[in-house]
Write a protein that binds this ligand. Structure first.
Ligand code: PHE
Length: 456
């Protein structure tokens, strides 16, 4: 069965970066940073992105590129080639299953937040027609009280992602992303400058750069690593699938470094964009939550005459980023069904979409029908987020690190690092091997153990 391939290296960057860029950077990063005391979280995040995220990103791309399959099939091949015994093969099957579970659960919840973005896009378009300013807090409250709108937007989003994924890898994803991601970056750049002219900028920068350890708890470290997995699209088989579409000449380690840097830079920019608004508007950083992006950034637009136009452009770009990320997530389960059950792309997409539709109903109704449900004092949406980000993603990441570090055939790895691909990769080889074998598993274990002893 033909799997398709990226038509150019630029196309790969744009899609891999596009999958990494998304709500994780602009929506999730700022409010978790706020919650965990600013600079301390930022510092830990940069550290974890380099020592945990980068080695894992290389590992996932490597599995994809070497075996040209989705996660579970790729691992099967990995164990076959390295002649491992049966228990290992069973492990491979379980990693595949867990990563599939992570990708569908993640998409079900990601689609709900993407639906919020869609709602704000619609609200800004309406405001521009009516020539009336939009009140972001009111709009957000309306959305939270309206389960039907949330369900509708979530379904629409999943349907759209499914439609694009059905079209196949090259025409579907690549063409879209190539011009929308650069546009998104330009827009974030403009807003960043605008935000940095606000009176709260000095205090905001201090908050982001000065580590305040008083709000760090034992659970913070696993949250940081979970966020790194979230933002780099790791632990869900997504980067394995992207790697499987790479051309044989593409140098994985170097590409991974660039994707990681670009993603980290975008997250930091999002922090610098949002915190001056937070401080200038007098919010308490401890109380920040999932509504943060939606309630703050529109305040910037309101400052000048072109407000609604900016609102439309910003939410359009953010929606595009969310759509690309969702396409990546859907692609992971579609590739899984195609490889495993020999289904055609359209059939596999229909199956994956139907599963995600069903699963998304619960998070989409979390602020209405299920608003009374509390798990350890947290609402349903936050609990789902917590389960995925601090449990499932680090677990798949840990197992992947073990398999690549200890079971993958050395020649396949060395071919990638020490082959024709240039000196950066050669220099990275031994540090990467050390990180993937020891650092990544140790950090994740320590993170979980600390979480067990934490009371937050
Ligand atoms: N990395 C994306 C973001 O930051 C989310 C994502 C996770 C996308 C997993 C694809 C796969 O928003």
């Amino acid at each position: 069965m033909s799997r398709g391939a990226w038509s150019s290296r630029y196309g790969f960057y744009m899609v891999a970066v596009g999958s990494a860029f998304g709500l994780g950077n602009l929506w999730r990063f700022p409010f978790v940073v706020g919650h965990h005391g600013g600079g301390a979280f930022v510092l830990a995040y940069i550290f974890a992105a380099m020592l945990v995220g980068l080695p894992l990103l290389i590992a996932e791309l490597l599995i994809g590129k070497t075996y040209r399959q989705s996660m579970d099939r790729g691992l099967k091949e990995l164990f076959k080639q390295s002649k491992q015994s049966r228990p290992y093969r069973v492990l491979g099957i379980w990693i595949g299953r867990l990563s599939l579970l992570a990708s569908v659960l993640m998409l079900a919840y990601y689609a709900v937040i993407s639906g919020w973005v869609l709602f704000f896009l619609g609200a800004f378009i309406k405001a521009s027609f009516l020539n009336r300013p939009l009140h972001p807090t009111e709009a957000f409250q309306y959305l939270m009280n309206n389960g039907t709108v949330q369900i509708f937007n979530t379904f629409f989003h999943i349907f759209l992602a499914g439609l694009i994924v059905t079209k196949g890898i090259r025409e579907g994803i690549e063409r879209w992303v190539q011009f929308l991601i650069p546009l998104f970056l330009i827009l974030v750049g403009i807003l960043l400058f605008q935000s940095l002219s606000l009176p709260g900028r000095a205090e905001a920068l201090r908050f982001l750069l000065y580590p305040n350890f008083s709000r760090v708890s034992l659970a913070t470290w696993i949250r940081v690593m979970g966020h790194v997995c979230f933002t780099l699209s790791l632990g869900m088989g997504v980067m394995v699938v992207f790697g499987s579409y790479l051309q044989p000449t593409s140098p994985v380690p170097r590409m991974a470094v660039r994707v990681m840097f670009a993603d980290t830079l975008l997250s930091l920019s999002a922090g610098v964009l949002i915190f001056p608004i937070v401080i200038s508007a007098g919010y308490d950083t401890r109380m920040l939550g999932p509504s943060l992006l939606f309630e703050t950034v529109p305040l910037l637009f309101a400052q000048h005459g072109l407000g609604t136009f900016f609102g439309v452009a910003f939410f359009l770009c953010l929606y595009t980023a969310a759509l690309v990320a969702s396409m990546g997530l859907l692609e992971a389960s579609v590739a899984h069904f195609m490889d495993r059950q020999e289904k055609l792309r359209a059939q596999a997409t229909r199956k994956a979409t139907a599963i995600v539709f069903l699963l998304s109903i619960v998070p989409a109704l979390s602020s209405t029908v299920f608003s009374d449900i509390k798990i350890y004092n947290r609402g349903l949406l936050e609990s789902i987020d917590g389960f995925i980000v601090t449990g499932l993603l680090p677990l798949v990441a840990l197992l992947t690190a073990f398999v690549v570090g200890f079971c993958m055939k050395r020649e396949s790895i060395e071919k990638e690092f020490l082959g024709e691909t240039g000196s950066t990769s050669v220099r990275m080889y031994s540090s990467w091997l050390f990180a993937i074998r020891w650092l990544v598993p140790a950090f994740i274990f320590i993170g979980w153990i600390c979480m067990l002893f934490s009371n937050s």
